[in-house]
Design a protein around this ligand. Structure first.
Ligand code: PLP
Length: 431
């Protein structure tokens, strides 16, 4: 092997050609990024590669707006990086690229104003896995875990699946807003206090919150931090939706940063889960991470992973690195598109007189279908019979509600809303 020292003429030549290649790659990428908005209009045949969202209704005339993934093609920067990896042909056991932790640290500093250390990062192949690991690492068998509902179903099932108990704390609906058709929730701290038991060890937080789509206020986060310190709880904060804050100028505040601002001892009770799966639509690539600042907690977390948890997919690392380095123009274009589709959905639901969230984050609108259920039974089944597949609120701990995923191409979303409008119109007309 020939090593070149800096100063060597050949080294400089290579460095120059490297710079040139780099500049060419940048030019190529900016050309690919030219017309990003249009890519969100292009229908993608998702059944070709068995997308779970579409497989559920294969062969049936039901438009799938349920599971949280998007019908948009992947960001050009990611496609390019993964294609290069595919063509290179190396798909064996893969360690995280040496500079990936640095990219992640820079991303946290730039986007969340949070300084993390490389050794805090634990790579995972998914977030639901991380939730279950956190339950096992933080809470002894038979102990209890707090979480707010309605919530993404694995928050409710993780504790019982791991031989612990879930203590569900319902978020409270703002009834005055509901009367105006605006579905908003807040934390009832007295209820949270009352739910906490002597054997409670963990709070599972969904931040931003799926399915209600809201951001916790700084006051909420401070009060939650007080609560966790007072009761000596660990917190597992799943922040996978934080890059989907639709008003792009509102910064995400990691819950662990709130703890860190109090003291290193408070930071030590945190596990933060995150990954590119939602914002860059990479759920099929199995790449996520936990940030665990405390060495002892990290050891416990790694101990429960031992010999059970597979490493992330090699393409996941490649895709994540491309997303961190070059994904921002696509993300901004995505947010603009999602904002307008959120507003379109909101207008249609207003026309149906169905109270709903106006999500601050995520591409998921949460709908109160209770005015239908007295007559039609399960609202999700009823909409399915009318050609639109929504998520059933019962799975989130809220029967009578449904969740609509608006990250669909415009023609698909238009048709789904038309079907829903027609169904509700006929319902109201008694036909
Ligand atoms: C809050 C939250 N966490 C985790 C997940 C799933 O993550 P993964 O596919 O990495 O297990 C979802 C998917 O919708 C989610 O909404």
């Amino acid at each position: 092997m020939h090593f070149l020292s800096s100063g060597d003429a050949r080294h400089e030549e290579l460095a120059e050609s490297g710079d040139l290649l780099h500049s060419l790659a940048r030019l190529e990428l900016s050309a690919l990024n030219q017309n990003l908005a249009a890519t969100f209009d292009t229908p993608l045949d998702r059944l070709r590669w068995s997308a779970t969202k579409w497989e559920k209704y294969r062969g049936r005339d039901v438009i799938p707006l349920w599971i949280a993934d998007m019908d948009f093609p992947v960001a050009p920067a990611i496609e390019r990086a993964v294609m290069a990896h595919v063509q290179h042909g190396n798909y064996g056991y893969t360690s995280p690229p040496a500079d990936l932790a640095g990219d992640l640290i820079a991303h946290h500093a730039q986007h969340y104003d949070w300084q993390i250390e490389p050794e805090w990062i634990v790579w995972l192949s998914g977030l639901v896995l991380g939730i279950n690991l956190a339950v096992k690492a933080c809470c002894g068998e038979g102990g209890s875990v707090l979480t707010f509902s309605p919530v993404y179903p694995p928050f409710l099932s993780a504790a019982p699946m791991q031989g612990r108990r879930t203590l569900e704390v319902p978020l409270t609906i703002d009834e005055a807003a509901l009367a105006r058709g605006d579905l908003r929730y807040h934390i009832d701290f007295a209820r949270l206090e009352a739910a906490c038991l002597p054997d409670t060890r963990l709070l599972l937080l969904c931040h931003p919150h799926n399915p209600v789509g809201s951001l916790f206020t700084r006051a909420d986060l401070d009060a939650l931090a007080d609560f966790c310190v007072h009761h000596d709880l660990c917190v597992c904060s799943d922040e996978v939706h934080c890059d989907l804050i639709l008003d792009g100028s509102t910064p995400h505040v990691p819950f662990a940063r709130v703890l860190a601002e109090r003291s290193p001892a408070d930071l030590a009770r945190s596990i933060t889960l995150h990954g590119p799966g939602k914002v860059f639509n990479l759920a099929g690539l199995g790449i996520a991470w936990a940030i665990i600042p405390d060495a002892a907690l990290r050891r416990r977390f790694r101990a429960v992973m031992q010999r059970l948890v597979p490493a992330p997919c090699c393409f996941g690392f490649t895709a994540l690195q491309a997303a961190l380095r070059d994904g921002e123009p696509w993300r901004q274009a995505l947010l603009a598109r999602l904002r307008s589709q959120r507003d379109q959905v909101s207008a249609a639901l207003d026309a149906m007189s169905l109270p709903h969230s106006h999500p601050e984050a995520t591409y998921l609108t949460w709908i109160d279908g209770r005015r239908l259920t007295a007559k039609v039974g399960n609202a999700a089944h009823w909409f399915e019979q009318h050609g639109v597949g929504l998520s059933d609120g019962a799975d989130f701990g809220a029967p009578g509600f449904v969740r609509l995923n608006f990250a669909a191409t415009p023609s698909v979303l238009d048709e789904a809303l038309r079907r829903m409008l027609e169904a509700v119109y006929r319902f109201d007309a008694g036909r």
